[in-house]
Design a protein around this ligand. Structure first.
Ligand SMILES: NC(=O)c1ccc[n+]([C@@H]2O[C@H](COP(=O)([O-])OP(=O)(O)OC[C@H]3O[C@@H](n4cnc5c(N)ncnc54)[C@H](O)[C@@H]3O)[C@@H](O)[C@H]2O)c1
Ligand SMILES: [Zn+2]
Ligand SMILES: [Zn+2]
Length: 361
């Protein structure tokens, strides 16, 4: 029997989100219904609300979540009723040209639930990143559920489902940060701070945080930055060079995603160094630079989708490190809120007052 639960829906571009009844179908083949325990508020939810992702309103928002499997459809054997899972937006297909070449982190055909969740009147909902977890329950593909240690706090480990994984993976997977590296991170929100935490985990010996907000620089230090630069007060490129013997950092991560921050990342790295773009630019942004600079500086210029993570490989490992006290994931949870406070959380996020607000159900 389809069931009716509460969900946070964005009906139209720019309109405040609303908590409304939504209808969850029984899981079909390969699908799973998950009872959500917690879901973080990510910048991408706001992008959806503002029409910045696509026009497929109404959206069911929320995508950084953990919960418990309530029911499974035919053929599901990777998870069972009662399993504690973190949801992901990279259920790899195993069949596309990326998967077949052994690079599933680039999978071009990731799985989502086939059936649609709807409003009461039958209007189909578009779940954010194929998840839609600002809701009592949601319907996903079984591959979007990764089992982790059930004793972990869902508000904390749910954050691995998007921003924290994206930032940590940008450093560790995409950037290949290793011991002894110097690393600079531009933009110290949830994603940038997770990159800082990842750089420390990987053994970087110099971790430089750049932001324009002094409060963000304090949090970055708490998560492992060894040096901080206020980009509103000094030239970030010169400051990074000064801190690295005049050369620049081995890996520079742009966790803002604007032409000016990417250029800073490009010029603030050492010769043959690596730039990782993990912040998401908007379609109208462009870049004009001397081509010779690309050639003469060598190295690699990369972008990082979801931190090049593989949920099955990475989530359980990171939860273990958190449980052992070796990864301070709990520091990303700035506040715990109710389902009807998502709109307010967007404002708090906009003012830069949080790393993450987390809806707890
Ligand atoms: N690649 C992915 O898979 C992925 C996944 C999740 C989020 N993201 C993206 O990562 C980006 C960051 O997300 P977030 O949740 O950390 O956002 P956020 O708003 O919490 O953080 C952005 C930070 O950048 C700082 N900043 C802004 N302009 C700056 C500048 N010119 N110089 C220095 N610092 C500046 C802000 O003060 C803030 O601290 C967003 O674009 C988001 O969409 C990417
Ligand atoms: Zn694939
Ligand atoms: Zn997100």
């Amino acid at each position: 029997m389809p069931q009716q639960v509460r969900g946070v829906v964005a009906r139209a571009k720019g309109a405040p989100v609303e908590v409304v009844p939504i209808v969850i179908p029984d899981p079909g083949p390969g699908e799973v219904v998950v009872a959500i325990a917690a879901c973080g508020v990510c910048h991408t939810d706001l992008h959806y609300r503002e029409g910045g992702i696509n026009d497929e309103f109404p959206f069911l928002l929320g995508h950084e979540a953990a919960g418990v499997v309530e029911s499974v459809g035919a053929g599901v054997d990777s998870v069972a009723v009662g399993d504690f899972v973190v949801l992901n937006w990279r259920a790899v297909c195993g069949q596309c040209r990326a998967c077949k070449r052994g690079r599933p982190q680039y999978c071009f055909d990731t799985h989502n639930a086939t059936q649609k969740m709807t409003l009461e009147d039958g209007t189909e909902l578009t779940p954010a990143l194929g998840i839609g977890a600002f809701a009592d329950k949601t319907l996903v593909h079984a591959g979007q559920c990764t089992k982790v240690d059930p004793s972990a706090d869902p508000a904390v480990v749910g954050l691995l489902g998007c921003g924290v994984m994206a930032g940590l993976g940008a450093a560790v997977n995409t950037g290949g940060v290793t011991r002894g590296d110097s690393v600079a991170v531009i933009g110290c929100g949830g994603v940038g701070d997770a990159a800082i935490m990842g750089a420390r985990l990987a053994g970087a010996n110099k971790i430089i945080a750049v932001d324009r907000d002094p409060r963000k620089l304090e949090w970055a230090t708490d998560l492992g930055a060894t040096h901080t630069i206020n980009g509103a007060e000094v030239d970030a490129v010169e400051a990074i060079q000064e801190l690295t013997g005049g050369f620049g950092a081995d890996v520079v991560i742009d966790a803002v995603g604007r032409p000016e921050t990417w250029k800073q990342a490009f010029y603030a790295r050492d010769l043959a160094g690596t730039v990782v773009l993990v912040g998401v630019p908007t379609p109208e942004m462009t870049l004009e630079m001397p081509l010779i600079d690309f050639f003469s500086r060598g190295g690699s210029l990369k972008s990082s989708w979801y931190g090049d993570c593989l949920p099955e490989r990475d989530f359980p490992m990171l939860v273990d490190l958190y449980q052992q006290g070796r990864l301070p994931l709990e520091k990303f949870v700035t506040e715990r809120i109710a389902l009807d406070q998502v709109e307010k959380a967007f404002e708090t996020m906009h003012r830069g007052e949080v790393l993450r607000s987390v809806v707890v159900l």
